[in-house]
Each structure stands twice: as structure tokens, then as C-alpha cells.
Design a protein around this ligand. Sequence first.
Ligand code: SF4
Length: 461
Amino acid sequence: MNKSVINQPSNLNKKKLNWIDFKRLIELISVDLKNYKLFEKNPEKFLVEFALNLEPYSAKEAVDIYLKKKKAVDNPYIMQAYKIIQPIYDDLFKRVDISNFTFLKFQKWIQRKKKALAWESKEARKILSHFNAPVMFELNQGCSSQCDFCCLNTHPLTKIYPYTKENKKFWLEILKITKEEIGNAASVGACYFATEPLDNFDYEKFIADFYQVFYTFPQTTTVKGATNIKRIKQLMNQLGLEELQKAKLRFSIVSQEQLKLIYQNYTKKELAYVELLMNNKESIHPYSDSGRARNIHKKRGKKNFEAAPSVCLIGFLVNLCSKTISLITPRKPSNNYPLGMEIISSKKFLTPKEYRHIIRKTINIFMPFKINKNHKLRFHSGISIQSKGNIVTFLGENIKRSLSLSAESQTVLKKLQKEVCLIKNIFKEKKYSNFLRKSILNRLQHLYDLGFLEILEREEY
Ligand code: SF4
């Protein structure tokens, strides 16, 4: 194959610039690296065997770029994939744009949480450009699937929120309040978290209401792709092509057998925009080292486990069964945060009015722009401190930064590292002058903006 032809996608036979088959090729490679070995050995034979109508040289080059074995070049398949995938991200990032948040405080808090996560986990740094949802809803309690790699260590399914007349009204009110209090950014939220969406028999009705409020469907990720085929095909119809093209349907693949069943039961065309998440043990993708995945290292042999959270929520988790609303942030998985997340606060609500009140109060208490002496603060546990004279070095995972801090500011900081403190109590205890108090608060504000300091629950909350 002439290399100049590869660099000019328009010269590639149009029939061979085949997204559906290229997507399938990437899936086959991702589900088991053994497939890559076969493909690498003889691309032509592999493509014939799996009935993929692709040009072998460019397809091989594209796979190598995908696997980061080769630097990106103007490969026709990669360019085509980019054209299909980029609009999905454009849409998501447009939705979570700062202008789509009702309270700027909330958006700034999310940014601080992202910065802090980048400090505590080098693995998380790589994925920080991914979007984060500011809200997620659970329509069940527990999950029927009990996958052994479940990073959220879900409990078995115990409750389902039914779509009764009363619940429909309640749900619609919750959605409308969410839109008002969080903003249109909430439209990137999903109706599952530590749950399997299709466990709820009325899931489709709930997401139809979501559409009515946000003019877009929430993303559905299901592990039931091979078992609930009739229902999923109806869901595909409900979503329609335009929403499917926005990656609104994803299948979690837990075994190669399941993948085969999916290939047998759906046409390539039906799967054209359904993302298949390869979570099977042979897959090239790592597991987040959180939840149940922490228990299966030995069983999974060479499987890669990353110390990055899999939680894409930075914001509110709302469970309709328990009527709870929790403020969640991802954390580096550890013994302290085995699920790779921290629940900063959790409250119950009985009415939509209470729901609105909790959102507002949580934002006001945990997310102010400015800190003051009445705040209870703690220093981020994922960051350590070394000091030499006036120079303080902050150390995260493979990252550090030095700042000049007065002896008094350092004393306050060290206290906040050990325990949660009310700032005014430290000031009183140390008998700092007004000038010193002001200067310390200034420095603390800088550290707060960097995500190093966090406001914790107040007694009256
Ligand atoms: S990974 Fe998803 S489907 Fe599997 S047990 Fe966890 S929540 Fe359920």
C-alpha cells in the first residue's frame, strides 16, 4: 500500500471507509489482546474471518494509533472516528459550560475538586479532561447484577422506585427543581449510579420525563445488553438515531461470551453508535482499583488495576427510593476511600420543597467563594506538606509545588492537616493579631482555590 494514499482519506475506497466495521475491529481488539496478535500477524486474514470490509494497511495503522503503539497521523479511520466521537464531547462540554450552572459557586467547587483529585492521583490526572456529571439519580436500591469488578461494591437489589401516578408527579417536580437549582448542566446526569438502570421496570418512563424537562435523554449504561434484547431494541427506538449518536446507550461487557451474544442479536447497524465497554477480564482496559475490584487482583492475573476512581459524578447523588441526596466527590481509591469516592454530606428529603432547600443549603455551606474565620476546614488528606523556613512544598502523587508561607500560616496549616478546625478557634488559641489573621486568611484562601483546603460540615448543618 502506498503511504501517500493512507494520508489522503479521500483516496480510500468509500466502501472501505466503513465506520461500523472499524468500530467492530476496535471492539474485537479491546475485548482481548490475543485478537490483536492475530490481527497483527495477518490483517487481511483477520478482516476476512470477521467479515470486516476495511482496507488492511490503514486499519492496522489505525489500531496501532488507538493502542498508542504509533503516533497519530492523518489516518482515514481515525479521522472518521474523530468526526463521529468529537460532536459527542462537544455536546457534553457545551452542556456543562459555566453558563449552564445556576450557581457559579457549585461550578467552582467542582473545579476545586478536580484540582484536588489531580494532586492525589496521577492516574486520575490523565482522565481529568473527561467531563463530570453534577448530578445523578438512582431509581433503585442495590443492583441485580453483582459484577465481581463492581467499583461501587453494590449491594444486591432490594428496592425499585415504581412509576405510580404519585411518583411520576414527584419525579417531575424533582427534575424541574434540579434544572432550576443546578441548571441545564444537570442534563448530562444519568438515572443510574450504583444501580443497573434496567432493574427498574419503568426506567423508560422515567427517562421520557427526563427528556421532557431537559430535551435530551440521560445516558443509559446497562449490563443487560445480551439478556433484555426486546426491551433494549424498544429503548433504541425511544432514543432515536440522533440521541444514539450522542452515545446515549452503552453496554457493559462482562465476558467474551456475552459479547458474542450481543453480536448475534443486534445487527452491526443497530450497534453503530452503541458504545461497548469492555469490562471482561481479558479486556485491554484497566479496572479502577476500587470496590469489589480490590478483591480480585489475584484472580485476574495480568489485569491492570488503576488507582483512579471510576466515579464520574462530582456533585449530587439522588436516590428516589430512600429519598436521600448526597454530595459526592471522587477520591483516589484507598483504604480510607475504598469506593474511590467520598460522601461529603447526605440528607433525607420528603418533599420537593425539602429537596430544593437541601441543594441550596449544601451549596451555601460547602461551596462558598471565600473562606472566613467561621468555616470549619481541613487540609486535603491526599496531599502532604514539607517545610523549610518560609518555603512550604506541597506534594501530591508525582507532583509538587512550593509556596512561601509565614510561620503562623504554617502553624494553622499543620493543625488543619491533623484535624478539622474552626478557624476562629485557632486564631483565639494562638492570640493572633488582626493583621496576622487577615494575612493568614489570605494565604488559606489561595490554598482553598487550589483545592488543598476543604470546608467540612458545620454543627448546625
Ligand atoms: S458494575 Fe454496574 S451492573 Fe455491575 S454490579 Fe456494579 S452497578 Fe451493578
